[in-house]
Write a protein that binds this ligand. Structure first.
Ligand SMILES: *Cc1c(COP(=O)(O)O)cnc(C)c1O
Length: 422
């Protein structure tokens, strides 16, 4: 459920007309809904009220400071994958005691940032990382609480590029080596092995692969406890899918929670969840303006002012976004087949091919739906297009939460070497 609906013929976010935001903030522009973020977090938290559970929002889905602050207010923690994300989460008000640090390539500096902040947990992905964390922790007189992210050899995920739980993927420690790694960790001075983590992919629509992975993790927890490793936390990862198009029917948070509880049984542990897409995806849209309608070789190209540098999911994962006109089409309107494309000089800069659409003309505005996760975070300045702006709506108020840089700001990080005349 989300808060983007037509009112009096105009698409609104909560009580704000998206046309009004486009007029003032310019396009392309992301619009996030405070009410939707709160609702998604709340529904998930409610489903787990009877469970000792930390909801560590996966910051990489949408790490805008205002989004993180909104979730911090609700009590969310953060799952982070870089030193920058740890700092971002803390800057937005998420306490270090609720921050999990995941990722396959943690640098020395990033580990130090986490240790000095006193984050909740490091999710360790390899033996060399284990030893690195222990050494740095010892150097600065700290002990890191760690979980190994295990690779459960379960296939899931909506697209090959967002599946992570099979042997060929770079993520996690091998299932058959996990017990040995826990024994090794127990003997190291700078780490305290307290948990097991798993994350098998993203945009997962059915509970079966999740339950399979979680069941393996629960079994490992019991075995480790029998062998004297005091596992007190299980991190079930993120990955629950969201509806991108009509007919997409992911499992609900309530079903997800019931499955998690069923798998946990009477095991007494703290649960950690790392939802990203589930919280943010339907809480955001990208608004774009039609620059040209180009007819050629029997095709209709709707050339937008948004491009793959603003929303890369269609180019990167062949992802589908519904594209809705901001002016509500009349009932029984005609539909034509169009290609929605951006202005960038790449053939992959195409958002949709042969998409049924109401006829559009130059100047019309459209919204890419379900663009709140893995949207603005993946934006770039490719083709020297300024970073896309972001806004947040709350009721009848809205605010810019990332400005669109002007030309000076766009080039501010670049320098001329002294051998070129600056
Ligand atoms: C990306 C990621 C998540 C979030 O995945 P979603 O599909 O957005 O819920 C959670 N945990 C880890 C380790 C991740 O890399």
């Amino acid at each position: 459920m989300h808060h983007f609906t037509y009112k009096n013929g105009a698409l609104h976010c909560e009580d704000v007309s998206l046309e009004a935001i486009a007029a003032e903030a310019g396009t392309p522009v992301y619009v996030y809904s405070d009410a939707t973020l709160r609702r998604h977090y709340g529904v998930l938290a409610d489903a787990f009220t009877d469970t000792d559970c930390l909801i560590a929002y996966a910051a990489k889905a949408n790490s805008n400071l205002a989004v993180l602050r909104t979730l911090a207010e609700l009590g969310a923690g953060a799952d982070t994958v870089s030193g920058g994300e740890i700092q971002r989460a803390m800057h937005a008000g998420i306490p270090a005691s609720k921050i999990v640090f995941s990722g396959v390539g943690k640098t020395e500096d990033e580990i130090r940032i986490g240790l000095e902040a006193g984050i909740f947990q490091f999710n360790v992905e390899s033996r060399p990382e284990l030893h690195r964390i222990s050494r740095i922790a010892q150097e600065i007189g700290k002990t890191a609480s760690i979980a190994f992210r295990v690779n459960p050899h379960v296939e899931a995920g909506g697209h090959a590029h967002i599946s992570t739980g099979a042997a060929e993927h770079k993520f996690g420690v091998a299932w058959h080596e996990a017990e040995e790694f826990y024994r090794e960790a127990a003997d190291l001075p700078g780490v305290d092995p307290v948990g097991i983590g798993v994350h098998i992919g993203s945009q997962i629509m059915s509970l079966a692969p999740l339950k399979e992975a979680w069941t393996r993790v629960v079994g490992l927890a019991r075995t480790l406890r029998e062998n004297g490793v005091n596992i007190t936390r299980l991190d079930f990862g993120g990955g629950l899918g969201v509806p991108y198009k009509p007919g997409d029917d992911p499992e609900t948070p309530a079903q997800y929670a019931a499955a998690a509880r069923e798998v946990l049984g009477d095991l007494d542990v703290q649960l950690i969840l790392e939802p990203g897409r589930l919280i943010a995806a339907n809480a955001g849209v990208l608004i774009s303006r039609v620059e040209y309608v180009k007819e050629r070789d029997g095709r209709t190209f709707v050339v937008l002012d948004a491009a793959m540098n603003d929303l890369i999911r269609p180019a990167m994962y062949s992802a589908h976004h519904e594209i809705a006109p901001l002016r509500e089409p009349e009932a029984g309107n005609t539909r034509i087949s169009v290609d929605f494309v951006g202005p960038i000089c790449e053939s992959t800069d195409r958002f949709a091919k042969d998409r049924p659409s109401t006829p559009l003309k130059e100047g019309d505005l459209v919204a890419f739906m379900t663009a709140g996760a893995y949207g603005a975070v993946l934006s770039s300045q490719y083709n020297s297009r300024p970073l896309v702006a972001e806004t947040l709506v709350r009721g009848d108020a809205w605010s810019t939460v990332r400005i669109r840089p002007d030309f000076e700001q766009m080039i501010a990080l670049e320098r001329m070497p002294d051998w070129l005349d600056g």
